[in-house]
Every structure is written in structure tokens, then in C-alpha cells.
Design a protein around this ligand. Sequence first.
Ligand SMILES: NC(=O)c1ccc[n+]([C@@H]2O[C@H](COP(=O)([O-])OP(=O)(O)OC[C@H]3O[C@@H](n4cnc5c(N)ncnc54)[C@H](O)[C@@H]3O)[C@@H](O)[C@H]2O)c1
Length: 314
Amino acid sequence: MTPPIAVADVRTVCCAGVGVIGGGWAAYFLARGYDVVAWDPAPGADDRLRHVVDAAWPALTELGLADGADRSRLRFEPELDKALAGAEFVQESAPEDLELKRRLLADLDAAAPEGVVIGSSTSGYGMSEMDTLADHPERLVVGHPFNPPYLIPLVEVVGSERTSPEVVAWAGDFYRHVGKSVITMDREVPGFIANRLQEALWREALHMVNAGEATVEQIDLSITDGPGLRWPIHGPMLTFHLAGGQGGMAHMLDHFGPSLQSPWTRLVSAELTPALRDAVVDGCEREADGRSIDDLVAERDAGVIAILRALGRA
Ligand SMILES: NC(=O)c1ccc[n+]([C@@H]2O[C@H](COP(=O)([O-])OP(=O)(O)OC[C@H]3O[C@@H](n4cnc5c(N)ncnc54)[C@H](O)[C@@H]3O)[C@@H](O)[C@H]2O)c1
């Protein structure tokens, strides 16, 4: 394939699909001083995008905007061909629907200029499942962010066997260049690394609500006032290294290893019945206690910034 341009030469990014994640990406790229062209086929997508960008802007301003960063550099383009015409990188963030992603990635590939790398925000599909209709799968790569992509540093990068290794390396360099923390995986793993871990926790949480063992509020409190406080500092591995005292992880495994056989976990999906759905939705409303989604976004953003600053990461 035509080699991609140098990461430092990228000026214009196309965000294809601009809901929660694509809108967050658009805000992030704008704050880093890029021109952003957004495309999304849904009626009203333009207004919803501006709402997401406006909600993100105070946090991004507080963290420091790049020279020239301006929300006026966002353009919404209803026609895909025009949206892609000047793009030097494409971030796809359409709904998590395999057939839709296949079709869309093929369309993006057909219309994007030669040599332009296309990253997908997918939460868990492998690129080898999504690239099947594309003529140039070598330029398609997963760039999996975390909500909100304008604040959470991590992006997981992984290609399919058809992705050019150059493109995988380029994507990692590009995300790093724009200020992200990057994990590049050398093989496809369902859910990548972080979502696989999140999913395990989420399944257990749904089981506990379903069985009446814990409320939605108790589940949230158990993490925010418990293990969640340690995770921004040390991940689950170093956290347990300290749980072993001076003996570290070796003592931890020897001591607690046998209890790992205890039947605590139920790692199969809880059936998402209407009753379970309602219990989780109602629990969240109760816990939100009158705070709107916008209120919660502002609260979360302020908290994430405070944590990043406290740890010297922002
Ligand atoms: N929400 C999260 O926490 C999260 C985190 C990481 C990754 N992701 C991934 O990001 C992607 C987007 O998720 P989201 O949460 O932003 O969803 P969303 O529903 O908020 O946004 C999806 C957007 O895609 C648009 N869309 C619909 N059909 C489309 C099409 N054919 N082509 C392009 N756009 C189309 C919709 O109008 C909407 O604006 C998914 O792949 C998801 O797995 C989500």
C-alpha cells in the first residue's frame, strides 16, 4: 500500500460515527489542534455531536489546549465522500454491529485517500471479523478507546493478519503523538485486554443484581470506595503483589492460591431478562438521585482530572 504520511504531518482527522465515543474523539482531536471533519448518517447527529464537544470542552480547556485548538475547526459533513476527501486519518466509531461495521469499513476504505489509516473504536470485534468486505484490509486497524476518549488515556491497538505491520506501528505512533497511552497487541484477543477484564467484573455484577445479592448502589460503592481506589495507581497485578506483604506476589499466590478454587465467580453471562434490565436501570436512576447525564459527565470529568493530576499524569 501507499505508505501513510508521517504522524506529525497529520492535520485533518475524519470521525465517522459521532455518538458518545466518536463525539468524544472529535473533541479530543480538536483540543489537540486538529481540523476535524465529522460524518454520521443519523438525523440530528450534528447537534448531538456539538453537545458532546461542548460538554467536553471545559475539561479539555482545564487540561490545556494545543496551540490553535478551536471548536470552530469542527465541520460536520453529511456526504461521506466529501468528509473523507481531505482526511489524513479516520477514526470509525459507529454502533457495535458486525454487519454494519463490515459495510462501513468497506465504504470508508473505498472513499478514503490512498495511504490513509483507518482506526476502529470497536469494543471487542477483531479486525479480522470486520475487514471482510474491504479492498484494502492492510490499512484497517483497531484503535480501541475508553469512555470518555477525551480524558481516559488508553488506546488498545491491534490489527488483523491482513493489517500491514507498518499500519499497526503507525497507528500506535499516531495515538501516542496525540497524547494517548498505547498498548499494541501482537494478536487478536476477544475484548482485547481491558474490556475482557471489565466484562468479567460486569458479568458478576449483573449476576449479583439478578440474584438479589447486591443492589446497583452497593456494587458501585464496593468499587469506588474499595479496589477502584487502588487501580489508578497500581493495576490488579501490583495491587496483589502488595497484598502479599514483604513476601509479595509469591506469598500472595501461595497463601490465597488455593482459595481461587472457591466457587465465588460465575463467569457466564447472566440472562438479560426484562426484570434484570429494569432492576439495573432503576438502580442507576436511584443512585443518580436527580443528577442528569450532563451533571454526571461533568462530575466524572472533574474527578478523572483530579486523579490524573494527583498522580502527575496530567
Ligand atoms: N460507549 C462506550 O463506553 C465505548 C467505549 C469504547 C468503545 N466503544 C465503541 O465505540 C463505537 C461507538 O459506540 P458509542 O457508544 O459511541 O455508540 P453511540 O450509539 O453513542 O454512537 C454511534 C453513532 O454511530 C452513528 N451511526 C449509526 N449508523 C451508522 C453508520 N452506518 N455509519 C456511521 N455511523 C453510524 C449513530 O448515529 C451514532 O451517532 C462502538 O464500536 C463501541 O463498541 C464504546
